[in-house]
Design a binder for this molecule. Structure first.
Ligand code: NAD
Ligand code: MG
Length: 338
């Protein structure tokens, strides 16, 4: 797999083009400000009076309603939630796109599953940072960046790849590494990662461990520290140097337990569940479920989110975190600004 850096990109292909970043949430605020500080001509498109409008005004970039921003721009990056993109595209973006414009995404869901089908004359690319938007912004301000995927879906003008590279550099990706992939690969691996490992897998692992300890009569605070708080410390070691690096740092007792007990928790049955989850992503059934869930106003999403918020671990965690002043000092998310 080839990694590209700033030196491999020609930023001039994006100069002289106006970039409209649609959405000013986690990714939107990061792309918009990073691109601006990289010297590009950036405007923001939003719903007037929507929840981000005031934040974007405070941010100081030129701000327009979506349709107007698309009219002005030649490059349009869609950074509204995936489940709202098709409607927004049909109503406000498509009517204002010209042949030769560039339509960009930070996740392939809508293109890969055919929810958005841009006309053949429009160029379509992806620039997807492999990290949350607040980190994309934070790293950039520190002179660094987040590894970024690029992919090309349509290349009517013949220069879309160069443009995608320049865009990825503009948000800081060229400082960390740019990897070329396809919409299909990005969409399927991204969904699998968040479902089986990063979000779904990890949250269930934490709660199962917590419940096992608490049900056996141990203090909830101890269970929280063991099964949630310390996770970050372990993940930091893995992130820095891989699993072996983490094993080098932990005690021999911990390592022996890790090696012999881990495969009993994540076992054949868990692997079969992972394979099934991947199949549902590949055959479109997860996408259909999520699209229909939205059309029904999200009954399952809302019920399960509420149930999760009511779990005892949330309450115990809030109490404990308020006693650990160092945590809030390093916060990346400031809900009033980004
Ligand atoms: P978000 O929920 O944080 O922000 C969405 C923004 O869109 C908000 O500013 C909201 O006000 C605005 N918005 C909503 N409806 C709108 C409408 N009808 N018209 C105009 N603006 C509207 O979203 P996000 O998490 O930044 O996700 C954006 C895209 O980035 C998605 O494709 C997502 O898959 C992708 N992505 C996100 C992350 C992440 O860190 N959150 C990481 C990689 C890729
Ligand atoms: Mg335009």
């Amino acid at each position: 797999m080839q990694l590209y850096y700033e030196k491999d990109a020609d930023l001039t292909v994006l100069q002289g083009k106006k970039i409209a970043v649609i959405g000013y949430g986690s990714q939107g605020h990061a792309h918009a400000h990073n691109l601006k500080e990289s010297g590009f001509d950036v405007i923001v498109g939003l719903r007037r009076g929507g929840p981000s409008w005031a934040k974007a005004e405070t941010g100081g970039l030129p701000l327009f309603e979506t349709a107007e921003a698309v009219r002005q721009a030649q490059v349009v990056m869609i950074l509204v939630p995936d489940e709202l993109q098709a409607k927004l595209y049909n109503e406000e973006i498509a009517p204002n796109l010209n042949d030769g414009d560039y339509l960009a995404f930070a996740h392939g869901f809508n293109i890969h599953y055919g929810q958005i089908m841009p006309p053949a004359g429009v160029n379509v690319f992806m620039a997807a940072p492999k990290g949350p938007g607040h980190l994309v912004r934070h790293e950039y301000t520190q002179g660094m960046g987040v590894p970024t995927l690029i992919a090309i879906h349509q290349d009517a003008s013949g220069d879309t790849r160069g443009l995608a590279m320049a865009y990825a550099c503009g948000i800081g990706g060229g400082r960390a590494g740019i990897i070329e992939t396809s919409f299909r690969e990005e969409t399927e691996t991204d969904l699998f990662g968040e479902q089986a490992v990063l979000c779904g897998g990890v949250t269930e692992l934490i709660r199962a461990g917590y419940e096992t300890l608490v049900d056996a009569g141990y203090a909830p605070e101890m269970a929280y520290f063991e099964c949630l708080h310390e996770l970050k410390l372990i993940v930091d070691l893995i992130y820095e140097g891989g699993i072996s690096n983490m094993r080098y740092s932990i005690s021999n007792t911990a390592q022996f337990g890790d090696l012999t007990r881990g495969p009993r928790v994540i076992n054949e049955e868990s692997r079969e569940a992972m394979a099934e989850i991947l199949e549902e992503i590949q055959d479109g059934s997860f996408a259909r479920e999520w699209i229909l869930e939205n059309q029904a106003n999200r009954p399952v999403f809302n019920a399960l989110t509420r149930k999760g918020e009511e779990h005892e671990i949330e309450e115990v965690g809030e109490k404990l975190r308020s006693m650990m002043s160092w945590i809030s000092k390093k916060k990346l998310v400031d809900k009033d600004k980004n």
